[in-house]
Unconditional design. Structure first.
Length: 386
């Protein structure tokens, strides 16, 4: 019994460390679109140039996510891999202090993307080896959403006081502490508890590919909204660039309860059907945000958007853990991050072009088309796996 209690404490502390690391990683990731209105104010670039800014960042993130997942499957030194990612992220953001040209900022964002690409494929793969309950994955996601929401609410104050360069450095500083925690940790992150391993019902490569495509299509639409939301806050809602983080904050606030609720439901219902439901619900919410509504109503809609979009990730993690084997799970999670990255590469450029021609409102309405494609593909996947 004593051993059982010790192991339970060990697993709990490991879950907490991975969840805190997830939050710190996502805070740095979420800072990037918040910087855009401030960088645009300083350098006066177009929506198309804003799209290029995101494309370079997401391209690097996509390529190195797949590489990180592949490496994590081949080595037991996961602590060192994670430490490298967090240290590299902190160094990259510190270089923003030296940037004075648009091309320099692009270069720094590419370096930051390399560091940020490490955690998700490695960390989620490690998490799936020790827990089978959706609530554990939900906690992992919720800690991240809480951290990002808090950051966005305080971002305006920090930027006003310190400027965007120093604010970026301060928000990336916790990466050093997390990197040290992994480097000095006594946890064996690669330990596999055989009593908590999910029963694997392997999926065919064709079905996995269809799932990847469906998620990629949905992310292609959603990322245009989340990436350009700070610009939407300034150009449409009329907020100051320093306060542009308030609108995206409501998306993350909506994700906090979603990760826990859908995580619990994933233990009792099909995670894939939950993803299907959420992929449908997000379409009318997206359309509603483009209507002439009061700011308070937009806040509510953005919470709903976050509830649907943020809620997908927990059942996705649960489902992929149930249909893939542990020896390839790092590559699988790296794959989903790379697919996400590919969508993020082309989405800002494509929708940035549309925004240049017809404005952000029309652009947001166009985003529902890839979302509809995603819903249809998921429906086909569910019918084919009955």
């Amino acid at each position: 019994m004593k051993l059982t209690g010790t192991m339970h404490k060990y697993k709990r502390n490991k879950l907490i460390l991975l969840s805190l690391a997830h939050s710190v990683n996502d805070i740095s990731y979420a800072v990037v679109p918040l910087l855009l209105p401030l960088i645009r104010e300083e350098f006066s670039f177009t929506y198309m140039q804003a799209g290029l800014f995101f494309t370079c960042f997401f391209a690097a993130h996509s390529v190195f996510s797949m590489f990180s997942g592949y490496i994590s499957d081949k080595t037991h030194k996961t602590e060192r891999i994670l430490s490298f990612g967090f240290f590299f992220t902190a160094i990259a953001f510190s270089l923003l202090l030296l940037t004075h040209l648009y091309i320099q900022i692009i270069a720094v964002m590419i370096l930051a993307a390399i560091g940020l690409s490490v955690f998700h494929p490695v960390g989620i793969s490690l998490l799936s080896r020790g827990w089978r309950k959706g609530i554990s994955f939900g906690f992992f996601q919720a800690v991240s959403s809480i951290g990002v929401s808090a950051m966005m609410l305080f971002f305006s104050y920090l930027v006003t006081m310190l400027g965007w360069r120093l604010t970026s450095l301060i928000l990336a500083t916790p990466s050093i502490l997390i990197g040290l925690a992994f480097l000095l940790s006594y946890f064996n992150l690669g330990y596999i508890d055989p009593t908590t391993q999910p029963k694997v019902n392997p999926i065919t490569p064709k079905s996995l590919g269809l799932f990847y495509f469906a998620r990629g299509a949905q992310i292609f639409g959603v990322v245009a909204i989340t990436s350009f939301m700070p610009l939407f806050a300034v150009d449409v809602a009329g907020l100051l660039p320093e306060k542009a983080s308030f609108l995206p904050a409501f998306i993350w606030i909506g994700a906090i309860p979603a990760t826990l609720i859908w995580g619990v439901l994933s233990d009792y219902y099909s995670p894939l059907k939950i993803i299907l439901f959420l992929s449908l619900a997000i379409i009318p919410i997206t359309l509603a945000t483009t209507l002439s509504l009061s700011l308070s109503v937009i806040f509510i809609l953005l919470i709903g958007l976050g509830f649907c979009n943020g809620g997908v990730w927990t059942p996705q993690t649960v489902w992929l853990s149930r249909v893939t084997f542990k020896k390839t799970r790092g590559k699988v999670f790296g794959g989903i991050m790379s697919i996400s990255g590919l969508s993020q590469i082309f989405s800002p450029l494509f929708f940035g072009f549309i925004a240049n021609k017809w404005g952000l409102i029309t652009t947001f309405r166009f985003t529902i088309f890839p979302m509809i494609i995603s819903f249809l593909c998921l429906s086909k996947l569910i019918r084919g796996n009955k």
